[in-house]
Design a protein around this ligand. Sequence first.
Ligand code: TYM
Length: 332
Amino acid sequence: MENTAKKTVLSCIQPSGMLTLGNYLGALKNWINMQEEFDCTFAVADLHAITVRQEPAKLRAQIHSTFALLLALGLDPERSTLFIQSHVPEHSQLAWLLSCYTQFGEMSRMTQFKDKSAKHADNVNVGLFAYPALMAADILLYNPDFVPVGADQKQHLEITRDIANRFNGIYGDVFKIPEPFIAKTGARVMSLQDPTKKMSKSDENLNSWVAILDTPDDIMRKFKRAVTDSEARVCIGEEKHGINNLIGIYSAITGKSSDAITAEFEGKGYGDFKMAVGEAVVEELRPIRERYEQIIKDKKQLEELYKAGAAKAERTAIRTLSKAMKKVGFVL
Ligand code: TYM
């Protein structure tokens, strides 16, 4: 008989502040598309968020709002498993196990740890250092075939594969080795004000990033102010970081190639191009914001959905954790 089991997908997102156009184009948009073809599990990675200091009431609100946003994006709790990471304690348990199979040296090479510890020099905590072991646990618990992420998470995927291979090398085939899924367009959305830097919600310059929930006026204003260059030609170029970024955003939304975009704006100025990119982003995000405003009002329904999602996720998580624990020699 033909094997009709769908391939599986897992990914997570931190609830640390407003989600950005970078999160959307680099990861979330692919999640929505993958939902059609794959058996998907997606989580709000709240445990990861406390590697930097969070204000309790704000964190709680952001966890709710991130979960609501996943629904507003069109992720369907009937088809995919949607949950909040801390509701499935197996994530923390497997993270401990995996951290004992991860070398200090390999963790020390993580560029995100280096960046974040430079940024939060007053709080370089052990959790920030061990973060990739928790991320490896998030992934390996569900044996996914693919993990859709932006380019900045590639190194964390590589260490996950290394840890899984090491564990399997000792104990036999416990974990499936996952493949990163990094889209060709949108994998690295850059700041609108300094396009050599990644677009990030922690950027103090509010014109440098677009939130998924920004109003159309805010979005247009930010694109109008986006940094470009003095050449006045819409085309990809080595030193044209601002225009390259805008072409990438426009391409990720419209599906047009960069050559088609160059042809479309031949003879037109950057002003017209920035307006067109802004409008494309406004129209892409409008229905999401409208749905979000409805969904976030119904706290009771949200609670029902994230509880049901956690119960469903935990069934798989328990199975994988028990298998790993037995192999190591724990008494279960
Ligand atoms: P996080 O929460 O920082 O970002 C969520 C997703 O958005 C992508 N992303 C971007 N993509 C393109 N351009 C940008 N400017 C941009 N900014 C963010 C990220 O690559 C990510 O895919 N450690 C993860 C969360 C996580 C996770 C996991 C991911 C925890 N456990 C297990 C996958 C699997 C993180 O901090 O992503």
